[in-house]
Design a protein around this ligand. Structure first.
Ligand code: ASP
Length: 316
């Protein structure tokens, strides 16, 4: 039995039992919150949020999560402007200072690999809240929790990941988790320029997960149970021209969802730009706002289990 200390990549999750435990605790958190009976298990703990890139859901939900559990927050809105990084301080030094003040650090950074660099020097847990085009593990945890909640299972589903599979870090993290399940089929839907990097495909191959790369979304709409739409990651493109060429590649509107199964669900890590028309929001299959809400409870569960040494798994 081993407990996780840092959450850097979803590759750290080696079996579904740890995920099932997380889901149980997240459910419990939601019930306790509804009944206004949340146990203050993290009283006295301080969470530092260190975000070098913008965030709405991840930062706010982590900050609310620890406070609901009795802890407190120290935060900088835009670390690249308001921390000593502007004076030339390194990420390592910033972490070495913050670990003296906080019990856990939530880090979002524009460079892939930065969360691992931080974890290498940190005595307190680092949670990767997105490292460039790398990963966003807690988003993937809440995504898979949402699939389980909405569909009642993860096995045996046809799942389409749509949009920017090259730079979309949430997709990268989600694929690692999906590869722990069986009998699923994954459709990778993207323009040729934004295909999934080979290293993530290798994980699917290694775990015997069936997948197919598709360009025309219409071909698969009637087959899928979960459609996971992503934003084209404009900030990762080298030039505006390249971005203009692929922007608006897939737009999910009322017309498109006519071909979706009645019990399919539509997900998006958000923010959306134009990939899902607001007219879709009222459709019962639109799960993206419920998904964002699940993020709060999943993150409460994650913090609670992390501090209590409960993030244990069978395989090591
Ligand atoms: N909020 C997600 C992320 O930070 C998705 C996105 O920005 O498109 O990766």
């Amino acid at each position: 039995m081993g407990g996780l200390k840092h959450i850097i990549s979803t590759k750290q999750f080696l079996d579904t039992s740890i995920l099932e435990n997380l889901f149980l605790v997240a459910n419990q958190m939601e019930n306790e919150d509804k009944n206004k009976k949340i146990k203050q298990t993290l009283k006295g703990k301080i969470l530092a949020s260190l975000f070098y890139e913008p965030s709405t859901r991840t930062r706010f939900s982590f900050e609310v999560a620890i406070q609901k559990l009795g802890g407190k927050v120290i935060t900088t809105e835009s670390a690249s402007h308001f921390s000593s990084v502007t004076k030339g301080e390194s990420l390592q030094d910033t972490i070495k200072i913050l670990q003296e003040y906080a019990d856990v650090i939530i880090l979002r950074h524009n460079k892939e690999g930065s969360a691992q660099i931080a974890a290498d020097v940190s005595s307190v847990p680092i949670i990767n809240a997105g490292d460039g085009a790398g990963e966003h593990p807690t988003q993937a945890l809440l995504d898979i929790y949402t699939i389980k909640k909405e569909k009642g299972k993860i096995n045996d589903l046809n799942i389409a990941l749509v949009g920017d599979l090259l730079y979309g870090r949430t997709v990268h993290s989600l694929l690692n988790l999906l590869s722990l399940y069986s009998a699923i089929k994954i459709y990778l839907v993207s323009p040729p320029e934004l295909k999934l990097p080979q290293k993530y495909k290798d994980v699917l191959i290694q775990e015997n997960i069936q997948f197919e790369e598709v360009e025309d979304i219409k071909k698969i709409l009637n087959k899928i149970d979960v459609i996971y739409v992503t934003r084209i990651q404009r900030e990762r493109f080298l030039s505006q021209k390249e971005y203009e060429q692929v922007k608006g590649s897939y737009i999910i509107n009322k017309e498109v969802i006519k071909s979706l199964k009645e019990d399919a669900i539509i997900m998006h890590p958000l923010p959306r730009v134009d990939e899902i028309s607001p007219e879709v929001d009222d459709d019962k299959r639109a799960a993206y706002f419920r998904q964002a809400r699940n993020g709060l409870y999943l993150r409460m569960a994650l913090l609670h289990m992390l501090f209590n040494g409960e993030l244990k798994q069978r395989r090591l």
